[in-house]
Design a protein around this ligand. Structure first.
Ligand SMILES: Nc1nc2c(c(=O)[nH]1)N(C=O)[C@@H](CNc1ccc(C(=O)N[C@@H](CCC(=O)O)C(=O)O)cc1)CN2
Ligand SMILES: Nc1ncnc2c1ncn2[C@@H]1O[C@H](COP(=O)(O)OP(=O)(O)OP(=O)(O)O)[C@@H](O)[C@H]1O
Length: 225
């Protein structure tokens, strides 16, 4: 290599096109792979949502009860703790009974709210007396309650993999939210055991859950980055 070949770049300047800006700096992205992964995820979401909607509601509720019992073992809610849950839709597991029991310990429960496309979620407190309004996708959200930052985030899963990566609805809301929160909360994914995938092909923006509970198993993330 002669000195004339020196381009001024530490590596091929072509890589500059594949750098994407994230909240935590730059990451390398392969646009072809990213597009293929996005297509595959869309198909898997549809398959998994259809599958869980076919499951009899009694079986779904038994799973929700088993998950509530697992959460009781994993978390000790009490005064000073804020736990975000979700208001179930599209065949998600109904943990509202557990959410109510959280408020009875003196802990605060909260629900996520989409404020705008491409923005992090915010969380507003929920109590059994909270007046609800309709949010995006008609999901009920607390109408007029204080905002809070959760210590524990319980996230519904459409799919998940053995490294605790989550497949959601494709808005990127939880990833964006976890990337932007001041301190990292404990994040627990909840879903049916049949939503397990060998991998979700994690991308630069995917943030793994600390734990996933399915009513049958507890999957702990063992590789930390
Ligand atoms: N029960 C529950 N509440 C929740 C969530 C959840 O997963 N479950 N969320 C967890 O995030 C947030 C809502 N998530 C949403 C995710 C995507 C879209 C949405 O509009 N999706 C587009 C497709 C996106 C794309 O492929 O680009 C659409 O269907 O048109 C809306 C809400 C907040 N509340
Ligand atoms: N921290 C982030 N900054 C910018 N864009 C992000 C971030 N996190 C996710 N995204 C974008 O959101 C889009 C959807 O992401 P992904 O397929 O992981 O959604 P999801 O986790 O299934 O959805 P959701 O969390 O809403 O249930 C991606 O195109 C991604 O680029």
């Amino acid at each position: 290599m002669s000195s004339d070949d020196y381009s001024g770049f530490a590596s091929s300047p072509c890589f500059a096109h594949e750098l994407v800006e994230t909240e935590s700096g730059y990451a390398v992205a392969d646009p072809v792979a990213a597009r293929d992964v996005a297509r595959w995820r869309k198909a898997e979401r549809e398959r998994l949502i259809a599958e869980r909607r076919r499951e009899p509601v009694e079986a779904r509720n038994r799973t929700a009860e088993a998950i509530a019992a697992q959460l009781d073992q994993l978390i000790a809610p009490g005064p000073g703790v804020a736990i975000s849950l979700y208001w179930p839709f599209r065949g998600e597991l109904d943990l509202r009974g557990w959410m109510r029991s959280v408020t009875e310990t003196g802990a605060r429960a909260a629900l996520p709210i989409v404020t705008a496309k491409g923005r992090p979620l915010i969380f507003r407190q929920w109590t059994p007396y909270t007046r609800m309004a309709r949010g995006v996708w008609n999901i009920p959200v607390p109408d007029d309650e204080p905002e809070l930052t959760p210590d524990v985030v319980i996230a519904p899963l459409v799919g998940f993999d053995s490294e605790c990566y989550r497949l959601g609805y494709g808005g990127g809301y939880f990833d964006r939210t976890l990337a932007s929160l001041p301190g990292k909360p404990m994040v627990i994914g909840v879903g049916q055991a049949f939503a397990a995938l060998p991998t979700i092909y994690p991308q630069w923006h995917d943030i793994p859950m600390d734990l996933i509970v399915t009513g049958e198993d507890t999957i702990r993330r063992t590789i930390s980055t």
